[in-house]
Design a protein around this ligand. Structure first.
Ligand code: G3P
Length: 225
């Protein structure tokens, strides 16, 4: 499963990229607004940092298909070939997905809350569909189950579309999708870091270091001797 960072804050992205194996960055208008920067300023800086091979997802704003398609072309022309145009899975969005996927651009259907939305987005040519796992949970549904059903729907219908599960609030949701074989998930820096947060592991590593230092001396390591 690809793991992407759902954030536009460059220092947070750098912090995660430095330690964690990640495949790219996803953004949405709300995430971009938090940076306080002009959208293309933030997005170009992210692209420059992650490199042209990594996946970058950027969302259109327009309410009609033609505007969405025009935004998508501009996003792709400025941010490079490995950029996915995020288009909300609404009726006008379905039309925009058909237009842009027909032009060979990469498309991610976003704001996916239901399996039927994902089905239509897939038929409209989306490469990815992003089920909002935690938001579905908060509506009383089962976000992980919905994402898994979408994954199965694409496979059983031989569609090219894959899931990019999004909107995670805990690591268990991410892990469940990885275990199911989801193609991709995007999570906040905090959730990604949470996957490695474990006081028992930290204590075990500290005990190894303390035992080594009691043998060889403080500050020593396997570079010595
Ligand atoms: O980018 C879309 C998705 O990740 C939204 O997440 O945390 O706002 O529910 P959230």
């Amino acid at each position: 499963m690809k793991l992407l960072i759902d954030d536009a804050n460059l220092s947070a992205i750098k912090r995660i990229y430095d330690l964690y194996p990640c495949d790219g960055v996803t953004t949405n208008p709300s995430i971009l607004a938090k940076t306080g920067k002009w959208p293309y300023e933030a997005l170009l800086a992210i692209r420059a940092f992650i490199g042209e091979e990594a996946d970058l997802h950027a969302q259109v704003i327009g309410r009609d298909a033609e505007t969405m398609a025009a935004e998508g072309r501009r996003i792709a022309s400025l941010l490079g070939r490995n950029t996915y145009i995020k288009i909300p899975a609404v009726p006008q969005g379905l039309k925009a997905m058909r237009i842009l996927s027909g032009e060979g651009l990469r498309v991610t259907a976003t704001a996916v809350y239901t399996v039927q939305q994902a089905y239509l987005a897939g038929k409209a040519g989306a490469d990815f569909a992003a089920p909002y796992v935690n938001r579905i949970d908060n509506l009383g549904g089962d976000g992980v189950e919905t994402a898994c059903r979408i994954h199965d729907l694409y496979r059983v219908n031989n569609m090219k579309t894959q899931i990019l599960a999004a909107s995670f609030k805990n690591t268990r949701q991410v892990l469940a999708l990885a275990e199911y074989g989801a193609a991709a998930a995007t999570a906040s820096p905090e959730v990604i870091e949470g996957m490695m947060k474990n006081a028992d592991v930290d204590a075990a590593v500290e005990a190894f270091i303390a035992d080594f230092e009691s043998l060889c001396g403080p500050g020593k390591n396997m570079l010595e001797g």
